[in-house]
Structure formats: C-alpha cells, structure tokens
Design a binder for this molecule. Sequence first.
Ligand code: HPA
Ligand code: ZN
Length: 316
Amino acid sequence: MNHLNSINNPKAELHIHLEGSLEPQMILNLAKRNNIQIKYSSLAEFAKAYQFKNLQEFLDLYYLGMSVLKTENDYFDLTYAYLTRAHQDNVTHSEMFFDPQAHLERGVSLDIMMSGLWRAIVQAKADYGINGSLIPCFLRHLSENNALSVFDDLMNYRDKIIGIGLDSSELGNPPAKFKNLFNLARKEQLKLLAHAGEEGPVSYVWDALDILGVDRIDHGNAILSDQALIKRIATDKITLTMCPLSNRCLQVVPDLSKHQAIELLNHDVCVTINSDDPAYFGGYINQNYVELATALNLTDAEINKLIENSLTAKFV
Ligand code: HPA
Ligand code: ZN
C-alpha cells in the first residue's frame, strides 16, 4: 500500500481539543514549572493509565491532565506545540476547540487563556503559515445557566472566536438543554457545532440539527443506523468531523475495520478525518488517516475525498 503520498497532502483539521494535545511529557514539565502535584510522575505511569473503556473514563483523566495549565505562557506553549505538530502533518488550517469552563473552574481567567492561545496562533502563522482559529466548547455536564454566563464573558473576545461547540459527557445531557445558548450564539453570527452520536443515540443528532441548528456534527458515528438521518445530513451538506483513533480508544467502535466513516462517505455524507485528543488516543491527524486507510483498505480516491472534504468544510 502506498497511500502515504496522498495522506501527506495539505489538509484542514476540524476536530481537535487543544487540551487533548497536552502530551504527558508537557504535563510533567508544567506540573514542575507551576509547582503542582499530580497523580502520575512518569511517562510509564501515564501510559498505564491511558486505557479507557468509555468517554467518561477518558474525560476524568483529560480534566486531570489540563489542571497543570495556569499561566499565559502555559496556554501559549500548549497551542504552539500543537500547531507545530499539525504543520508537520501538512495541516494548513486548524479550527481548534478549547474548554473555557474547565479552566475558569480552576481560577484561570479568560484573559490568561485567550492571550496565550491567540499569541500562539499569531506566532505559528508567522513561523509556518498555518491558519489557526478558535472554537470554545461548552461542557454539557454543567448547567445552561453556567454556559450562558461564560458565553456573556466570551463576547469580550468575539473577534477571536469563530463558533461555539458542545462537548464532555454526552449520555444524559441532550442538546435541548442548551437551546437558549445556541440561539444567542446564532444572533452573534457564530458557527454552531455539537458533539453528537459519539456515545449518544441518533435522537441527539436529530436534536442538534433541529433544536440547536448546528452547522457541523462532531463524531456522529450513530448516524449510520438511521437512513432518514443519513439522507438529511447528506442533503443539507452537514459535515461530520470523525475521529477514528478516538473512537477505537473509547470503544465507540470495536476496531477500525468497523469504522463508519467510509460507509457514510459512500452515502454522500461530507465526512472528515481528525485527531480529537491526539495526546490521549495514540496519534495526530495523519496517523488517523494511515490507520483508517490500512484497516479499510482505502483507495487513493477515498483518501483524497476525505482530505478535500476537510478543505471545503472549514469555516475560515
Ligand atoms: N467527546 C466529548 N467531549 C470531549 C471529547 C470527546 O471526544 N474530547 C474532549 N472532550
Ligand atoms: Zn471531540
């Protein structure tokens, strides 16, 4: 198989949580720099801990990992390291998620977060020509009132964000819970996204479309079981930002040969391939392409279509 040429073509990454690109080595370095005690003290201990049965087991460690982020420099280092790594995979545009509430809860201000993230975007653009954009995600396990208050503060940085998303624990936290938030964001002409159909049922995907009016669905694995929904998503040209290695790690699929991406692509759905939380799931974006291509024996045409979709579906 010689897919490596097409996999290395210029591409966009549309589903990456910056906090999920925090490598264990950087967690250790930042813990030391900020004088923070953490549960794991070596790379071997991290490797042993990073085995997940489901989304929640991952999220528990993801929130623990990001607790070492404190200063403007920390947010700069995190973002600059990710953009450097993405550039190596020939990513030309990255629309990056971050979780403001998870940092505010620990006493880090929006000002510190936004300054560090933005400075890294400017620096990486100057150094590599890569285009980075920011999409704050709201934690669906928290209340809508909390989201509304953070949204209000985020509007002080309106020019630095392109949209909003919805992430964290899906089951039991349906899209309808955030209807008012999404209505407000629509008025601000922000792009609207939601994680849906990763662990949750197809009804959550329908609701993300019908109640929240999202422009893109993050994951959407469950869609394949609902013909009417596939048709709706294909007709309305709703992009799915799928993440194969994440799905395997969190046991959304038993192995990559069962991944839904190519069947959905063959149903005319605008599927894209992304890394989600690469420091936790064993690979950055090109590794997601390589392993999916190997497991499903993808043709160059299929790989090129996935890459082309990423460039058509980017907001910026
Ligand atoms: N799903 C939900 N929330 C998340 C994820 C995910 O895959 N990654 C980071 N936060
Ligand atoms: Zn995600």
